[in-house]
Structures are given as C-alpha cells and as structure tokens.
Design a protein around this ligand. Structure first.
Ligand SMILES: *[C@@H]1O[C@H](CO)[C@@H](O)[C@H](O)[C@H]1NC(C)=O
Ligand SMILES: *[C@@H]1O[C@H](CO)[C@@H](O)[C@H](O)[C@H]1NC(C)=O
Ligand SMILES: *[C@@H]1O[C@H](CO)[C@@H](O)[C@H](O)[C@H]1NC(C)=O
Ligand SMILES: *[C@@H]1O[C@H](CO)[C@@H](O)[C@H](O)[C@H]1NC(C)=O
Ligand SMILES: *[C@@H]1O[C@H](CO)[C@@H](O)[C@H](O)[C@H]1NC(C)=O
Ligand SMILES: *[C@@H]1O[C@H](CO)[C@@H](O)[C@H](O)[C@H]1NC(C)=O
Length: 564
C-alpha cells in the first residue's frame, strides 16, 4: 500500500515537474505526410538543444545602432566571436545542460562557436526519457521520411529556464515555398511567341548595364536550399550559356556548405542560383544546402546552425522559405529572429521571400476567416521581398502587383519603429482596406521591397523551362542587386549594407529614384463573402503587397553606395 502511494506521488511529481517549452506549437500532421511507424527504442535520433542566451537587450541595441545610417556606429559590425562573448549562455546554463546530458549518458554532441546550440545524437529511448511527452514516429511525404513527435514534449522544470526550445520533435519541413510550375498554363497556352523573364530582361528592367558587374574579389552572396532541393553545376553552366549574353558573369558556384544530395535538381535551387548570379554578376556565390541529413533535423534550423558556426559567411543571403506563423511556437519564432539579429550585427543582409499566397487565409470558425501571415517573412529583423509582373507580359513595361505576392501584418512581432510612419501613412490614405478583423495593424508589416516574380526561364536537369513563378524568383534578383551595391561600397572602403530596413525606410521618406513604386493591383486572400478573394492593394509609396517597390539600380546605388 505504502509503496503504491510512493509510486503515485512520484508519478504526480514528475507530471508537475514537466514544463512545456512550446505549448503553442502545432503538432498536427500536415497534409501530404503519412505515418509509417513508431521508432524502436534503439534507433538513433538527433536533437538540437537551443540554449538561453544572455544580454539580448544589448544585442538588439547594437543591431539597430549599426544599421542606422545616422548613427556614428553605422557599419561598425562585430565578429561572430565577439557576438559569442556577448550573448553566449551563462556558465550556469551551460553547466546545467551539460550535466543533464551527461546524466543520461549522452556523449555524441557538438556545439557552435557562440555556445548557444548543442546538437546530440542518442537512442530514441534516451530522447523519450529526456523529453517526457515526446514519442518519436516516422512519417513520409512519398519522397523523404522524417522523424517527429505527434505529442508535445516537456523538460524537467530545472532545465526550463536554460532552454528556449528543443529542435527535433516538432515542425514538419515547409513545402510552401516549393515553386509553382504552371504546366497546364504552358500546355494550354498556344502562343507562338513568349517573352518570359530572362537575365537580360531583368537587367534591362532594373537598369543594369553591361558594366554593372562586380569587380572586387571579396564580394560574396549566397542562396540556401532546403528539403530535397539539389543544385546541378551543369544546369548553371547551361543557363549561362543560353541566357548569360551581354554581361560578365560567373558560371560556377564557389562553395557548397552542408550536404548536397544526388537526386534530380530542384526548381528552387536552380532558380535561386541562376538569378542571384545574373543580377549579382561576377560575384562569388555560395550555396547553403540543408536537405535534412538526419531524419529528425529541421532543415531551416540546420541552416541557422551553419550560419552560427562559421566566422566568415557571404554578406548577402537570399532565402526562399516560410511557414504560417500560426503553425509555429512563439519561442521558436523569437529565437530564430534573435539569430537574424546576430547576422545583422555581423553586417549580413538577409532577404526572405514574402510567400506566394497573398495575405493568406485561416478559417477560424463558421463564416469567420482571418489573414495568415508567414514567418520568417514577418520577422522585423530581415528584409522581405514581394513579387510583381510586367503590366504587359510581352514587353518590358512598368510593373504591377503579382497577385500571389505575400504580404500583411504579423500577429507575433510588434511593428518596429523604422516602419511606423510608412505603414500609418498607407493605412490612413488607402480608401479600400480589407475589414480590420482580418489582420493586426499593431504587427510588423511586410514586404519591404519587391521584384519581378512571374514567368521566369530557368534551366533544370539540363532543360530550359519557362513559366517558373513565385517570390522565390524575386528574392535572389533583389539579393544580387544588393550584393552588387556592397561590391561598389567595398571598392570605396565602406562596410557592407548589413540589415537594410532602417536605412531603406529613412531613404524612402525623401524623394529619390532608388525604387520603382508599384501602385497597381491587389493580392489574393480569403475567398469568402467579406473580402471575396482580395487582400491588400498596392498604392503609392509603401504598401503591404509590394513594399516600397522594385529596384532601379542606378538610383539605388546612388542612395546606398555612399555613406555620409
Ligand atoms: C556520433 O554519431 C554519428 C552519427 O550517427 C556517428 O557517425 C559517430 O560515429 C558517433 N560518434 C561517437 C563518438 O559515437
Ligand atoms: C561547429 O564547427 C566546429 C568546427 O568546425 C565543429 O567541430 C562542430 O561540430 C560544429 N557544430 C555543429 C553543431 O555542427
Ligand atoms: C531606368 O529605367 C527607367 C524605366 O525603364 C527609366 O525611366 C530611367 O530613366 C532609367 N534610368 C535611370 C538612370 O534611372
Ligand atoms: C570580375 O571579378 C574579378 C575579381 O573577382 C575581377 O578581377 C574582374 O575584373 C571582374 N570583371 C569585370 C568585368 O569587372
Ligand atoms: C579578402 O578576403 C581575404 C580572406 O578573407 C582577406 O585575407 C583579404 O584581406 C580580403 N581583402 C580585402 C581587400 O578586403
Ligand atoms: C496582434 O499583434 C500583437 C503584436 O504586435 C500581438 O501581441 C497580439 O496578440 C496580436 N493579436 C492577435 C489577435 O493575434
């Protein structure tokens, strides 16, 4: 009797002692993924422990200080090692986590320069002891298999204050950014002549002349590829042979960081690298590749780990990846945003695509819908790129909204100071706004800028392919242009642009010709009685569809190529 009591007390104590680090994380199995099996206890899995950092208020202050063109500290960036000294977890945090892992005989671990991530391999039995509540299962989408837990994990309360979250149990890799290839449109269109977007058309529209190519050997830029996206060097070479006429460019990637699979080339990977190297011409280009080396990895987090663990990385990063905010825990989004700040403090410019479903739509209850913002597009610490099309698809004309262009207001991140004036002005001067119940005007509004996102030609698996569309296309185009501006700055001995937004929004308060304002067209949203498929509309100056607009290279260089 007594022993049973003791067992009961033990059970209830362990329940009380467990703390959910991500109570708000969506653990449902997304459409397209099928359950295969529960893992046997001896199978190895990988978990990443995301340790609590210190001095984050100071980090944020520095971040805004070095990004503010009016500050004496503009461009005075820090090295990863210096950032590590500032924010690395306290000695206590490091010790408690280490002890915890040791107590469970977990020895196969590696850390990063900044000591704020620890990644370990352990048998499922140990992982399930470590994270009560988690239960590891295997799922497949027909192409790859991954390991996730359909129930939330907890950690012992002694650990809770030392960890932001644990990566491995949750979040299915996003497939939202998988590019759209309009095959049916292609087949149905019985057109003899089709313009389509090629490097020469992008360069012409954005006023890049043959001499607007990089000349400084240390200039660099990078694209990232995630799940199942492989890049084939022969595709890039073929692309440049077909479309690279008229400007000096490179036809080879200098470095692939991470692991490259050997499957068929992905549309996304081909597009990103082919176009960043067309605007960011003659610039050393890297690819960060995180296809999910281990079934329990989160490819996006893996990318953050790579960035965090390399002293020297390309100073412009183009990333086409995103998920709905409401499918992610706040702990996760906040920590990832801190990582973006760390990159900004290093002088790295990070660009994210704004997503391809306009304002998005989430069904709340019968007849009640709201817009659905995407993360990392909604992070205040990155520059988000929307999409446009030519007014006349057969000519190089002015641009209008591409109706897929992602945009809106975050429900998680408050509006940063740098954009308050611009967003207020949009909200107060725009006549036909969607009902305010659909979005949150106190949140970070995006995108910040835009570029063409419709009807691109790419080469994939050696075959030229038209009709590739999405903000995945506009993001590397804009990124390459910023890398080129960095190049011009370097030749003058100036630092990289770093986090662009404070300077961008300040710049746009004055008259200039740095960007082409996009003022026509609306993006898509909920198909219901109230909004009838329409979200926000483009307008003069900033708008939550195309941001401030698309790049006019000579004007942008004039505005960003010099400092005071
Ligand atoms: C750690 O795990 C990796 C991947 O499973 C394995 O290759 C390696 O041998 C392990 N190292 C040790 C010391 O167990
Ligand atoms: C970070 O880099 C070091 C040195 O290259 C390496 O030993 C370590 O395994 C890396 N950490 C992770 C988490 O990959
Ligand atoms: C750039 O392009 C636009 C439109 O194509 C044109 O109006 C403008 O004059 C061009 N040149 C410069 C230097 O901005
Ligand atoms: C291309 O870049 C290299 C340095 O990386 C430079 O030597 C060369 O002059 C550049 N080409 C042009 C046309 O500027
Ligand atoms: C270019 O990069 C190399 C390697 O990081 C460095 O040693 C060199 O000083 C850099 N050159 C300039 C001019 O910044
Ligand atoms: C609106 O955004 C703020 C952050 O700016 C957030 O605190 C609040 O919860 C959001 N409201 C809703 C209904 O999501």
């Amino acid at each position: 009797m007594a022993s049973r009591c003791i067992i009961l007390i033990c059970l209830s104590l362990s329940a009380v002692n467990g703390v959910f680090l991500e109570l708000d994380q969506d653990v449902s199995i997304p459409k397209g993924w099928k359950h295969l099996e529960r893992l046997s206890v001896n199978e190895d899995i990988m978990l990443t422990f995301v340790l609590k950092q210190q001095n984050l208020d100071i980090l944020k202050e520095i971040f805004y200080d070095v990004s503010d063109p009016d500050s004496v500290n503009y461009g005075k960036y820090m090295s990863l090692e210096q950032i590590g000294v500032l924010i690395q977890p306290s000695a206590e945090t490091q010790k408690v986590v280490q002890q915890w892992l040791q107590n469970h005989n977990i020895a196969n671990c590696s850390s990063v320069i900044t000591k704020d991530f620890v990644q370990c391999i352990m048998p499922v039995r140990v992982a399930e002891e470590l994270l009560p509540g988690a239960e590891f299962h295997r799922y497949t989408n027909g192409h790859v298999s991954i390991i996730r837990s359909p129930s939330l994990y907890t950690v012992h309360s002694d650990l809770a204050k030392h960890l932001d979250f644990v990566s491995g149990p949750h979040r299915f890799p996003s497939e939202k950014m998988a590019l759209k290839y309009y095959e049916s449109k292609w087949k149905a269109a019985n057109w003899q002549f089709h313009l389509g977007v090629t490097p020469s058309i992008v360069r012409k529209r954005y006023n890049l002349t043959a001499s607007d190519v990089a000349s400084f050997e240390n200039s660099s830029q990078a694209v990232s590829q995630f799940l199942e996206q492989y890049f084939h060097p022969a595709d890039l070479a073929e692309f440049m042979k077909l479309f690279g006429g008229g400007f000096e460019h490179r036809s080879q990637v200098d470095r692939i960081v991470g692991t490259q699979g050997s499957g068929k080339a992905g549309l996304e990977a081909s597009l990103d690298v082919e176009y960043i190297m067309s605007t960011g011409a003659n610039i050393s280009t890297w690819i960060f590749s995180t296809p999910g080396r281990h079934e329990s990895q989160e490819p996006f987090l893996e990318w953050m780990l790579l960035l965090n663990n390399m002293s020297s990385i390309p100073l412009v990063q183009s990333i086409s990846y995103g998920d709905y905010e409401d499918s992610l825990s706040v702990a996760y989004m906040e920590r990832i945003s801190t990582e973006f700040m760390k990159a900004g403090v290093r002088g790295v410019t990070i660009l994210f695509s704004s997503g391809d479903d306009g304002a998005g739509c989430k069904h709340v209850s019968k007849d009640v819908n709201v817009f659905s913002p995407q993360f990392p597009a909604s992070s205040p610490y990155v520059t988000t790129v929307g999409g446009t099309s030519f007014k006349n698809p057969f000519k190089i004309t002015y641009e209008v909204t591409d109706y897929i262009s992602g945009g809106g207001f975050s429900n998680v991140f408050p509006m940063p100071d740098y954009q308050v004036q611009a967003v207020k002005s949009y909200l107060s001067t725009t006549k036909k706004l969607p009902p305010q119940t659909y979005y949150n005007i106190s949140g970070r509004a995006y995108p910040d800028v835009a570029a063409l996102s419709d009807n691109y030609w790419i080469v994939v698996n050696r075959v030229p392919m038209p009709w590739v569309s999405g903000t995945s296309a506009s993001t590397p185009v804009f990124a390459g242009i910023l890398a080129l501006i960095n190049d011009r700055r370097f030749t003058k001995g100036l630092p990289s642009l770093g986090f662009l937004n404070p300077r961008l929004y300040k710049l746009q308060q004055q008259k200039n010709d740095a960007l082409f304002d996009v003022t026509e067209g609306c993006h898509l949203a909920c198909i219901d009685d109230q909004v009838q498929g329409q979200g926000f509309c483009a307008a003069p100056a900033w708008d939550p569809v195309t941001g401030w607009g698309t790049p006019n290279y000579p004007g942008l260089l004039e505005a960003l190529g010099n400092d005071k």
